[in-house]
Write a protein that binds this ligand. Structure first.
Ligand code: SF4
Ligand code: F3S
Ligand code: FES
Length: 241
């Protein structure tokens, strides 16, 4: 099949504003991925096209972009999910809400800054069990946060959230998912600190339950549900005080 890619281009060294570049590719297989198409444009037509990718298998989280208006990983998005027929058009843009560095590459630093704010690491200063073994956890307790361990920090959720677009100060769904992973870990001791951080003005209450984040997540994490559980934990903590 033939594909026309419409790609949002911007090179700050020579462009005053962004523009659409169009690239037509022949002999595309319906099971090719959008990442394959971007590689073909870069390798066969325009070597200046800039985008991030690493693993090419949905693991590293580096190729989040807006494909036909929805955030997706280019390496997981098959052509046959984007249209049918002998000729289809696909539109590709950088994720919204973050500064564009070049073409499809956005500045991820504000996203990672929000991630760092929520203490996304295990905290337990108690002495280890005397037998020198690891801290044990029941399968039920492990299950409690299983979903949120799957996050690969691709930013597809946060950059599809209208509350984040509004001003960028909202900590965002990805950071809340990361906080959830530790808040509900029975071995961790810093849940109260994380809940305090997330109860502040730029925390979970900026979420208006829009669900874009859940729909965008390439790992099928129930993001909105995780946010709801964090909101509930904050409410229950407030009741105890
Ligand atoms: Fe990406 Fe999903 Fe993690 Fe958000 S929750 S950063 S969409 S993997
Ligand atoms: Fe945004 Fe997701 Fe909440 S899209 S408003 S974080 S449910
Ligand atoms: Fe690693 Fe797509 S290139 S997730």
């Amino acid at each position: 099949m033939q594909i026309t890619l419409r790609i949002r281009r911007f090179n700050p060294e020579k462009d005053k504003k962004s523009y659409w570049g169009e690239y037509t590719l022949d002999k595309v297989d319906s099971t090719d991925r959008v990442l394959d198409l971007l590689h073909r444009v870069k390798w066969e037509q325009d070597g200046t096209l800039a985008f991030r990718r690493s693993c090419a298998h949905g693991v590293c989280g580096s190729d989040g972009m807006r494909i036909n208006g929805v955030n997706r990983l280019a390496c997981k998005m098959l052509v046959n999910k984007l249209g049918e027929g002998e000729h289809i058009k696909i539109q590709i843009e950088p994720m919204l809400g973050l500064r564009v560095i070049k073409d499809l590459i956005v500045d991820m630093e504000p996203f990672f800054e929000h991630y760092r704010q929520v203490m996304p690491y295990y905290v337990n200063d108690a002495p280890l069990p005397e037998n020198g073994r690891e801290r044990l956890q029941s399968p039920e307790d492990r299950e409690r946060f299983d979903d949120t361990t799957k996050c690969i920090l691709c930013a597809c959720c946060t950059t599809s959230c209208p509350s984040f677009w509004a001003n960028g100060v909202y900590v965002g769904p990805a950071a809340i998912v990361q906080a959830h992973r530790f808040i509900f870990d029975s071995r961790d001791q810093a849940a109260d600190e994380r809940l305090k951080i997330l109860s502040e003005a730029d925390g979970v209450w900026r979420c208006r339950t829009v669900f874009n984040c859940t729909n965008a997540c390439p790992r099928d994490i129930e993001v909105t549900r995780a946010i709801g559980e964090v909101k509930m934990a904050i409410r229950q903590g407030a009741k105890r005080e």
